[in-house]
Ligand binder design. Structure first.
Ligand code: SF4
Length: 211
């Protein structure tokens, strides 16, 4: 049975409190220097671990950390460097193409609206939201696989559509909490509330919901 918005807000408060105790200051997992390097790192992270992305991006950014230098490096060299991240054909072409578009249309800067970001090659709603939030401090609630799974398990959303889940979470949690909460939920999902299994006896969250 789906919960009322009031019940979801009550649940959200309990969850926020527990997550704040567990992860008081969650770091941004993808290493970056500015909006451009963050955008590239998020593109690299599709179907790849953050650890691997950070290893690869370090090598890539040592050679090219601006759109101009990325174009100079060329799509083949980008592909060779990022190969360990997987999907290197598509990712390298997207990084190359978006670097060109940034230079041609945005004076080499990363745009600051969801519409403009989502028009760039390889940039979807989640990637755009991460960049807006972490590079520009613009409140958003990116929904990745962990957040989607946990929002469903916690009864905060019944949807399997990330856009709808994002909208619902924005209604439940105060805007000022989104940036930190987004990271806290991801850390909690990776550590405790995994896709294949979960230990409800050890877990600090769901047992509160009956009270
Ligand atoms: S009890 Fe299970 S489903 Fe609930 S938060 Fe903990 S690990 Fe996730």
């Amino acid at each position: 049975m789906s919960l009322s918005i009031h019940e979801k807000e009550k649940r959200g408060k309990k969850i926020s409190k527990i997550l704040a105790e567990l992860y008081p200051d969650p770091p941004i997992p993808l290493e970056h220097e500015d909006a451009f390097t963050l955008l590239v790192a998020v593109l690299l992270s599709a179907q790849c671990t953050d650890i691997r992305v950070n290893q690869v991006s370090k090598i890539l950014f040592a050679k090219a950390k601006t759109p101009t230098k990325m174009l100079k490096l060329g799509v083949e060299k980008i592909r060779d460097i990022i190969r360990p991240c997987g999907l290197s054909e598509r990712k390298s072409q997207n990084i190359y193409d978006l670097s060109r578009i940034l230079l041609e249309h945005y004076d080499g800067q990363v745009p600051q609206t969801a519409e403009e970001l989502e028009a760039l090659p390889g940039v979807g709603e989640k990637t755009a939201a991460v960049v807006l939030m972490q590079a520009f401090n613009i409140p958003s609630f990116p929904v990745d696989t962990h957040i989607l799974r946990l929002a469903n398990r916690w009864g905060l959303s019944e949807s399997s559509n990330p856009s709808i889940v994002s909208r619902e979470l924005k209604q439940i949690f105060p805007k000022s909490s989104w940036a930190k909460l987004h990271l806290q939920i991801i850390f909690f999902g990776r550590e405790h509330c995994k896709a294949r299994s979960h230990d409800g006896n050890k877990c600090p969250i769901c047992r509160h919901f009956s009270s």
